[in-house]
Ligand binder design. Sequence first.
Ligand SMILES: NC(=O)c1ccc[n+]([C@@H]2O[C@H](COP(=O)([O-])OP(=O)(O)OC[C@H]3O[C@@H](n4cnc5c(N)ncnc54)[C@H](OP(=O)(O)O)[C@@H]3O)[C@@H](O)[C@H]2O)c1
Length: 172
Amino acid sequence: MIAAIGAVAANGVLGLDNWLPWDIPEELAWFEKQVAGAALVIGRLTYESMDAVPPDSFIVSRQADLALRPGCHRVSSVEEGLRRALATGKPVFVIGGASIYAAAWPYCRYFYLTRIERDFAGDTRFPEEIPLASWQLRSERVEHYRERKTGIVVACRFLQYEQASPRLPNAG
Ligand SMILES: NC(=O)c1ccc[n+]([C@@H]2O[C@H](COP(=O)([O-])OP(=O)(O)OC[C@H]3O[C@@H](n4cnc5c(N)ncnc54)[C@H](OP(=O)(O)O)[C@@H]3O)[C@@H](O)[C@H]2O)c1
């Protein structure tokens, strides 16, 4: 099973200064709970922004000599990352960033997307080409949390989309 997970603001933004544009601990806790025990496929910039990365993390980078923390493996393409993550036998989660979602979505059965119903300043956008509107919406739940930087309560809409026939990452 391959799934992607992420969060996006109402104006399509998902990143700022190589971190999240918002500070919503409850949303982050939900993300951590979903991916616990999974093998992760992560873009190199997102990986570098993370304080802790679990074992069986596959970091997508074109840099052959990239030095990584223990338990992390460099892969040279998203497809290689997905194949190697699947080979662990664990559930596989693609956790971003934008460039990795854009390449990985055809292989994902599920996309767990939190829509944060407010605009935020940002420098990285959720890829518009991901056709979630044509995926089946499996579940939807709305919670209200206080965003720590603004002090404003925001609605977080937790959505689970399912794609009927995801592609298999090719061998090779
Ligand atoms: N809101 C959310 O849910 C969420 C989730 C994750 C990340 N983010 C945010 O998103 C931002 C980062 O996203 P991003 O798109 O700029 O960076 P990214 O996807 O995290 O990493 C980009 C890097 O991945 C490697 N890469 C990407 N595509 C590749 C390919 N096809 N083949 C080989 N390597 C490839 C390259 O590494 P090299 O340069 O080493 O070759 C590239 O520089 C940050 O602000 C982060 O906090 C948000």
